[in-house]
Design a protein around this ligand. Structure first.
Ligand SMILES: Nc1ncnc2c1ncn2[C@@H]1O[C@H](COP(=O)(O)OP(=O)(O)OP(=O)(O)O)[C@@H](O)[C@H]1O
Length: 237
């Protein structure tokens, strides 16, 4: 479904991704692991179209990634706090609505509101639909963000450290939800994670980055310590 092929990225004269190949299948949750600075966020931003790679391509279902193909979930949850959870989820549909509706969100068509309600129900928050987003807990807000991504109807979900700001129970719940959505809704989900344990428990596959290279790709059960160990420094005479 999502294919990142030969992605290289540079900042100035520094190359931070070296021809990275990553595939995420329909119905799969892929966790991308790696130490700070290994290139995880840069890879996700290239996948999302937020950064133009120096070389390489991003395709969704075999075609160049389109504007509506990818939904994003961030560590810092970007909801409009004074609006209801339901309005925030409706906003996921903005990209496919006529301009008039997108300028006046109060006019979200009934069909969109119903779909948004179904998305909230999917993340277990239908009963909080009319609460202001700011009044929900961090974990609940992240689930609203997931519902908003669902309402976008994108086949690919990209999540950048989606649980880093959550307590362990909420993190577990959000990761389980992402895995469930991948499996049940047949989405391709790529999540950048800092918690190998969560990846082991919920991901279908892991990719490990080190210094901008893919050094692991496979079972979530495999050892990942090498991703986080300090580089071996050569002894100076
Ligand atoms: N806008 C930028 N300008 C210059 N260098 C950047 C920029 N964004 C990222 N980098 C550099 O690219 C490298 C990879 O950064 P990236 O944020 O992708 O790593 P990461 O694996 O997501 O790290 P972390 O786990 O700390 O979020 C780092 O050395 C970083 O300093």
């Amino acid at each position: 479904m999502l294919a990142l092929s030969g992605i290289s990225a540079r900042f100035g004269d520094r190359t931070v991704l070296h021809g990275v190949d990553v595939r995420v299948a329909e119905g799969e949750l892929l966790a991308v692991l790696g130490a700070n600075g290994s290139g995880k966020s840069t890879l996700l931003r290239a996948a999302a179209g937020l950064l133009t790679p120096h070389s390489g391509s991003v395709t969704v279902a075999g075609r160049p990634r389109g504007r509506l193909d990818v939904a994003l979930i961030f560590q810092r949850i970007h909801l409009v706090g004074r609006r209801s959870a339901l309005d925030n989820v409706c906003a996921g549909a903005l990209g496919r609505l006529p301009l008039r509706s997108s300028l006046t969100p109060a006019l979200f068509p009934r069909a969109v509101r119903e779909e948004a309600m179904a998305c909230l129900d999917r993340v277990g928050l239908a009963d909080r639909a009319h609460d202001r987003a700011a009044n929900l807990s961090g974990g609940q807000q992240q689930r609203v963000a997931v519902a908003r991504a669902l309402c976008q109807r994108a086949p690919v979900l990209l999540a950048d450290e989606p649980v880093s700001a959550l307590d362990p129970a909420a993190a577990e719940q959000v990761l389980a939800l992402l895995a469930e959505l991948a499996h049940d809704e047949r989405l391709a989900v790529l999540a950048v994670l800092h918690q190998p344990d969560l990846a082991r428990r919920h991901a279908d596959r892991i990719v490990g980055l080190r210094d901008g290279h893919v050094v692991l790709d496979g079972s979530p059960g495999q050892p990942v310590d090498s991703l986080y160990s300090a580089p071996v420094l050569e002894a100076t005479p």
